[in-house]
Design a protein around this ligand. Sequence first.
Ligand SMILES: Nc1ncnc2c1ncn2[C@@H]1O[C@H](COP(=O)(O)OP(=O)(O)OP(=O)(O)O)[C@@H](O)[C@H]1O
Length: 323
Amino acid sequence: MPAIETTALTKRYGENVIAVDDLDLTVEEGEVFGFLGPNGAGKSTTINLLLDFVRPTEGSATVLGYDVQREPKAIRSRIGVLPEGATLYDRLTGREHLEWVIDNKGSDDDPAALLERVGLEPAAAARSAGGYSKGMAQRLGFAMALVGDPDLLILDEPSSGLDPKGMQELREIITAEADRGTTVFFSSHILGEVEAVCDRVGIMNDGRLVATGTLDALRENLDLAASISLTVERVPDALVADLEAHEGVHSVTVDGSTITVSCARTPVKYDVVTQIGAATTVLDIVSEDTSLERLFNTYTNGEQSGEGDADADLAAIESEVSA
Ligand SMILES: Nc1ncnc2c1ncn2[C@@H]1O[C@H](COP(=O)(O)OP(=O)(O)OP(=O)(O)O)[C@@H](O)[C@H]1O
């Protein structure tokens, strides 16, 4: 049973805005799934639809096997949510917020243990939340989401307001939760964070899901050039032509004793290294993957420069996704 499944899920606002457009999305149990997209892509609306905070114009969704509209209570008892920009009550302390959620969920969690898990010091937890920094509020929100050991965590922009140390700790919490078997679904536009923790990602653009898969698979699908440079003892005469003849190799350049090969797919690099290694002695290897930014820009059609035809790439992926 998937943790999240949406079928033709659509949300329109008025005549002109389609916030979520015919979304078919499956998140498997136990996955850490990154939900990516630029501002206004439809990420928060999708999350709000999953939580039954807004109702779809068309389509349906299940969370942990329960229908989102018919069984929201069953869902709420088994999920933890960190909403975007969660509001706190100024006069309640951090600990009181947490105790309130623990009571409400009928859980026997120890507030101190949860606060420690999210890195909120006891002294800070004893202060009223009105004076919290954004990062502290986010940590408290995270602790509240973890109450009751949820099977699924839904996090909307969880790193919002966190400093680099906070982001590192957030990653550790997400990884620890995933190790306990919790499914984690989180939206983000911070690509490094997604790369560090996600098993799979889905990329939204203009309300539509334009790609899903592992980051490696998305890189491969797009066929964006990856490059590898090898410094060698000598460059044998026939080597360049041999490399150029290899399927998947775009171009080969030689600068002194450094051979740089631009190739379509990351696995081609392995063949390139083997081929060069058989012909000469390799002294150094530098490999560059397609950057996540470039990947994201291409899928969301923001690619302005560089190799490849972003529009054609995007059209190919969209037809693949909708097939
Ligand atoms: N209540 C609403 N009324 C009208 N339009 C809305 C409403 N909520 C969202 N929208 C529109 O729907 C689209 C998707 O918005 P949404 O907030 O889901 O995007 P997002 O991907 O979460 O963006 P961000 O990263 O900025 O939070 C946007 O064009 C937004 O203006």
